[in-house]
Design a protein. Structure first.
Length: 288
């Protein structure tokens, strides 16, 4: 059942305005299409058991389309690895961890094709990586790109914040070697301060990213709603299920941390499983 009209608060008004250039319905002449894109679906209450079932289903999707989904996501860990190598090469050692950890903020963007694979398998279709690429023909591609831009902006803001923290911690200049950097971080008060503040601030960025993107991309792909409607729905899912979604955030963080070893190559398996699981979690959390 669609949610009733409500008074738009200033935050929602701003979000709607920012999303307008990326909204397909904004360019449509069909009033019915525009109206449908503004309908926010109802959200459900979910439990921890739903998370484990979503992960199980996600693994089943990965196992069924393993070769194709690996092809889809292999560029993601390679891009992260190249960023880390570039940071080390240009004397930005304090930025390696923020780069690798913050790279997870844009993980939902890399998983868009996986949602399409799960959607098609759910319908009983035979899928391939070409079907995943078909997401670019979705009527909601404008909103999907806009949502991706939001997460990329969060990623850039996190990197800028982390860089400022490193400047405060290493006022005399960052160490030039990995050994020196690790010694500074774990054996000096400035290094420990940088680590503590960085983890705390990074947690806030991760919490914001999770809240606005928990179900946004699957919803955009499935129902072609406007971007601000998708974000608002994702926030509602988190607000209605704070403990369960916090647990989901921990599961995602732990899986990504494990997948980062060795040299991010574990993400070739972890990212598809999490991507497919996100689709099934969306199905559980949002009314059809």
């Amino acid at each position: 059942m669609a949610s009733r009209e409500h008074v738009v608060n200033p935050f929602e008004y701003l979000l709607k305005g920012l999303s307008r250039p990326f909204t397909e319905a904004h360019w449509r002449s069909d009033p019915a299409a525009r109206a449908a894109a503004r309908v926010a679906p109802q959200v459900r209450r979910i439990e921890a058991a739903d998370l484990w079932d979503s992960l199980r289903r996600g693994f089943d999707d990965f196992a069924a389309a393993r070769d194709d989904v690996i092809f889809i996501v292999i560029l993601y860990p390679l891009a992260g690895l190249l960023l880390a190598v570039a940071a080390a090469r240009y004397d930005l050692l304090p930025m390696i961890f923020p780069l690798l950890s913050g790279f997870a903020l844009i993980g939902p963007v890399a998983a868009v094709g996986l949602y399409e694979v799960s959607r098609r398998r759910e319908r009983g279709d035979t899928v391939s990586w070409l079907d995943a690429v078909g997401v670019f023909r979705s009527p909601a591609i404008g909103s999907i790109m806009g949502m991706g831009l939001v997460l990329v902006t969060l990623f850039v803001l996190w990197l800028l914040t982390a860089y400022e923290i490193s400047l405060l911690a290493f006022a005399d200049g960052a160490p030039a070697t990995v050994e020196g950097f690790l010694k500074e971080v774990f054996a000096t008060s400035a290094g420990l301060w940088m680590a503590a503040v960085g983890i705390g601030v990074g947690f806030l960025y991760a919490a914001v990213a999770l809240a606005i993107s928990a179900v946004s991309f699957p919803l955009l792909l499935d129902k072609h709603v406007d971007m601000d409607v998708a974000i608002r729905t994702s926030l509602k899912v988190v607000a209605r299920n704070p403990v369960t979604m916090a647990l989901w955030g921990l599961v995602v963080a732990a899986a990504l941390a494990i997948g980062s070893l060795p040299a991010l190559m574990g993400l070739i398996v972890v990212l598809p499983v999490l991507g497919h699981a996100t689709w099934h979690l969306y199905r559980k959390a949002v009314e059809p």
